[in-house]
Design a protein around this ligand. Structure first.
Ligand code: HEC
Ligand code: HEC
Length: 445
């Protein structure tokens, strides 16, 4: 996410002509991330609800089996698809093919980027899962005010030319890693209403209460929705996250985010020797294929549920972990419009029960990475706020917390301080057998 702050520092380094283009480009990106309007409840009114059929909830399908949850048909056998036979948006397998597709220079890759395919970072243990791949973000403080690095807080680790690989400035001493999160089951998360998240928040005791991140739905002209995706809950819609990832991870522009990234503040886009493809590099089809693939994925499944796992779950609840790591959400009724009215939740995603073990709110538990969601003053408070990490699928990960620098669940718990200090103290007071039971529960997720 870009900000105007970079402009203040970029000026000295760039020629007057470049500055003009750069300022326009950057201003329009800031504008694209501007949050507009007020959030809908996204629930039927009592009058509408009285006309709907009685709501019958069912458990969302789970599994790491690369089979559709029913949002899209499964489609032609995956192994039979080729670049010239794939039909975007037709099926789970078609959209999976596009999610896995390796982008090359001729497709608009880069000029600065992190990887060539969504799957490079979202693959464990099935396409769409998490991975150990970490990106890095940097910036610096001037007094209390955070300034992103010249090319934005995301420092791209690769480029199409050795001369333009981004480097971290010595002065940019606010630094973090962020590892790749899971996207399996995120279609169900997208189908949680704003009101449901506010309901979980309202039930939290004041000392543990989380905060809402207002996220712009890019495909709804910035209409605000409660954020839920990413380490900072910085996005609310899968199309918006896809546009952001396509640009920022792979360097591919789209109608939603048509401005190429700079290399540490220097323009390297179309018209320079570094980029031969004009904007937008994707006409928007791929964005929807990525989003529809993720919407078709099953939620992460659980490991064996043994008596020890059940005993550990009770300890998890009694300690207060589940206050933030909320076990259960229910999705909206089919037919409900979400994402600023741009997405109507279908039968496959509506009236489902999911167990993400997250409230989708942000908290300061003392692990904050110092990098706000956006560098505008209204987001300054988010510098040290982190989304409660959803714990579903946790047994597929051996590097924990946003920076991936924690190797065991026990150390992950011990890193929780600030708002979670009382809960952590209660954990530390447990005897070893109870700690083992809690561990058995976490290992089953
Ligand atoms: C270089 C690695 C990398 C690539 C390539 C990549 N991602 Fe990600 N992805 C990440 C990281 C890291 C995060 C967490 C980022 C954060 O919150 O700051 C993430 C988070 C996400 C999330 C949020 C999931 C959640 O619930 O937290 C979605 C959705 C997503 N990526 C989609 C995509 C799509 C679609 C593509 C391809 C266009 C893609 N990603 C390519 C690394 C990557
Ligand atoms: C005040 C809210 C809050 C409470 C209470 C809380 N957590 Fe967390 N938890 C978080 C947040 C926020 C993160 C993400 C922190 C980060 O990555 O910087 C997190 C991360 C984690 C992770 C790392 C997950 C991953 O994917 O890397 C584990 C494991 C975890 N918590 C377990 C627990 C357990 C067990 C308890 C109870 C002893 C607990 N948490 C209590 C908010 C909370």
């Amino acid at each position: 996410m870009r900000t105007t702050n970079v402009l203040l520092r970029a000026g000295a380094l760039l020629s007057a002509a470049l500055i003009a283009g750069f300022v326009d480009a950057q201003t329009s990106v800031v504008d694209r991330f501007r949050v507009r309007g007020t959030a809908d409840n996204e629930e039927p009114t009592p009058a509408e609800a009285s006309r709907l059929p009685v709501r019958r909830f069912s458990e969302a399908p789970t599994g790491f089996d690369s089979l559709t949850n029913g949002f899209l048909p499964q489609g032609p056998a995956f192994d039979t698809l080729e670049e010239d036979t794939v039909v975007p948006l037709r099926s789970y397998n078609d959209d999976r093919f596009i999610f896995e597709e390796v982008e090359k220079n001729a497709d608009g890759l880069g000029p600065v980027y992190n990887a060539q395919s969504c799957r490079e970072c979202h693959q464990n243990v099935a396409t769409g899962g998490a991975s150990q791949v970490a990106e890095h973000r940097t910036g610096h403080l001037d007094g209390d005010v955070f300034f992103e690095s010249l090319g934005g807080s995301l420092v791209h680790s690769r480029a199409t030319n050795p001369e333009i690989v981004e480097r971290v400035a010595y002065e940019d001493s606010v630094r973090t890693f962020r590892i790749s999160t899971n996207t399996l089951g995120d279609g169900f998360v997208e189908a949680i209403s704003n009101l449901a998240i506010l309901g979980v928040r309202a039930a939290q005791p004041a000392s543990l209460r989380g905060s809402v991140i207002p996220a712009p739905v890019l495909e709804a002209n910035g209409q605000v929705r409660i954020g839920r995706f990413g380490w900072k809950a910085q996005h609310a819609s899968l199309v918006s996250f896809s546009a952001d990832a396509y640009l920022n991870e792979m360097g591919i522009t789209s109608p939603l985010l048509p401005v190429e990234n700079t290399s540490s503040g220097t323009f390297v886009g179309f018209g320079t020797p570094f980029d031969a493809v004009a904007e937008p590099e994707d006409d928007g089809t791929d964005l929807h294929a990525f989003a529809d693939f993720m919407r078709s994925t099953k939620a992460p499944s659980r490991g064996p549920i043994t008596p020890n796992v059940l005993a550990g779950e009770t300890i998890f609840k009694n300690l207060g972990c589940a206050t933030c790591h909320a076990a259960t959400y229910r999705t909206v009724p089919p037919g409900t419009k979400v994402n600023g009215g741009t997405f109507t939740v279908p039968d496959a995603l509506g009236n489902k029960i999911i167990h993400p073990y997250s409230d989708f709110l942000v908290h300061d538990i003392g692990t904050g990475d110092g990098i706000p969601v956006q560098s505008t003053p209204e987001f300054a408070w988010t510098a040290n706020a982190m989304r409660t990490a959803p714990l579903w699928g946790m047994r597929t990960r051996s590097r924990l917390m946003h920076d991936g620098l924690t190797f065991t669940p026990r150390e992950a718990i011990e890193r929780h301080t600030s708002q979670a200090q009382a809960v952590t103290n209660a954990y530390k007071a447990l005897g070893d057998p109870d700690k083992e039971l809690l561990r058995a529960f976490l290992d089953s997720l």
